[in-house]
Design a protein around this ligand. Structure first.
Ligand code: SAH
Length: 354
């Protein structure tokens, strides 16, 4: 385990029980990481060198390192690429809204869910991220921008509920008063619909928002876009959201990426309205961000607005997601993919040279 994934209790256990040092040292180390956001043992100035050396021998810090970032000229959105200790690369996004700054983090390296329109899943799953690797995406951006982050969405690469234990640990640590203390009400976890895990999450006694990536109004269409629908059908997924609301009182978000000619017709809007009728929810419409590997296209603006109005007529709360950073490979996994293929080409070049 990396040091940044240790809860306060786990750190106390390590420092007192295993290394025979004093309990308050654990508090100091925890504060350096989760309040002051340092990335190395060196920076923990009030921790004795001997303890730092002992700690370093038993547990590495493994801080992700920012290797590059791009800033949108349109809206100031920034995409960061982080390199992990094992040279894997992940993306995180920083967005400025009127109500505060938001960070979108990755929960896995790659993804095995196979959604047809998504770039993150094209090469499958490499590995889960640790709780610390998720936290450090937020801390690193706060450090780099010098700005406070108030909202975190787990909507980057990966399926968070496919990395369940680390995800729950991450949420608890991110909202810890002794840490960076981001309110659970400002944390959103988005899932493609792993039904048993949605039920487990509902029992965790958290105040986070659950977003379900719905993307279709009926089972047949959803299956054609999202393989996970073959395992848990659309009604099971929507029912799990009803139960999540009943248990937590938290309004559900439904994500709906509009794909021209596939899920954006008047019939789709009617069917969708019926499907989610009676759920305290909010629908987020996102014109699909086309990826070059697939021929999905976004509907034009008028069609998006028409779809929105049809839902609204049925009493549904709807927003059209502002398309942040379109000029900087905004869609899930695209920047990473571009970076990886560039590195791949360089490797090939050096092989031919060598
Ligand atoms: N696995 C989780 C979270 C990651 S994806 C989930 O499925 O919810 C975050 C959101 O972006 C999901 O709603 C996903 O379906 C959507 N998405 C992925 N690629 C997209 C694209 N090219 N255009 C529009 N939305 C996309």
């Amino acid at each position: 385990m990396d040091l940044t994934s240790y809860t306060k209790e786990e750190l106390e256990n390590l420092i007192v029980e295993e290394l025979g040092d004093k309990k308050f040292r654990a508090g100091q180390v925890y504060e350096w990481i989760h309040k002051k956001h340092v990335t190395s043992y060196d920076e923990m100035h009030n921790v004795p060198k001997a303890l730092k050396e002992k700690l370093e021998c038993v547990v590495p810090m493994n801080s992700p390192e920012i290797i590059t970032f791009q800033e949108s000229k349109i809206d100031g959105t920034r995409k960061y690429l982080y390199k992990l200790y094992d040279n894997q690369v992940i993306e995180s996004v920083f967005m400025r809204y009127k109500h505060g700054n938001s960070v979108c983090i990755s929960s896995q390296v790659g993804c095995r869910m196979g959604c047809r329109f998504c770039a993150s899943t094209l090469d499958g799953l490499v590995r889960n991220l640790t709780a610390g690797e998720m936290l450090m995406q937020v801390y690193g951006i706060e450090r780099h921008t010098g700005e406070r982050v108030s909202n975190v969405v787990v909507m980057g690469t990966g399926e968070p509920l496919d990395n369940y234990d680390n995800l729950v640990k991450f949420v608890k640590m991110l909202s810890d008063e002794d840490g960076t203390n981001i309110s659970q009400r400002n944390i959103t976890v988005s899932t493609c619909g792993l039904v048993p895990k949605i039920d487990e999450l509902a029992d965790e006694d958290l105040q986070i928002t659950l977003a379900l990536s719905l993307h279709a109004s009926n089972q047949e269409k959803r299956e054609s876009l999202m393989p996970i629908a073959k395992k848990y059908d659309i009604h099971e997924a929507v029912d799990a959201c009803r139960r999540y609301f009943d248990k937590t009182g938290r309004r559900i978000s439904f994500e709906y990426s509009l794909v021209s000619g596939r899920n954006d017709t008047a019939e789709d809007a009617a069917e969708l309205s019926k499907l989610i009728k009676g759920i305290n929810c909010h629908v987020n419409l996102i014109p699909v961000n086309p990826i070059k590997e697939r021929d999905y296209e976004a509907p034009d603006r008028a069609a998006v607005i028409d779809f929105k109005e049809r839902l609204e007529k049925n009493g549904i709360n709807v927003t059209i997601r502002r398309e942040m950073g379109r000029d900087i490979d905004g869609a899930c996994g695209q920047l990473r993919k571009k970076y990886m293929s560039k590195v791949g080409e360089e490797d090939e070049d050096s092989r031919t040279d060598g």
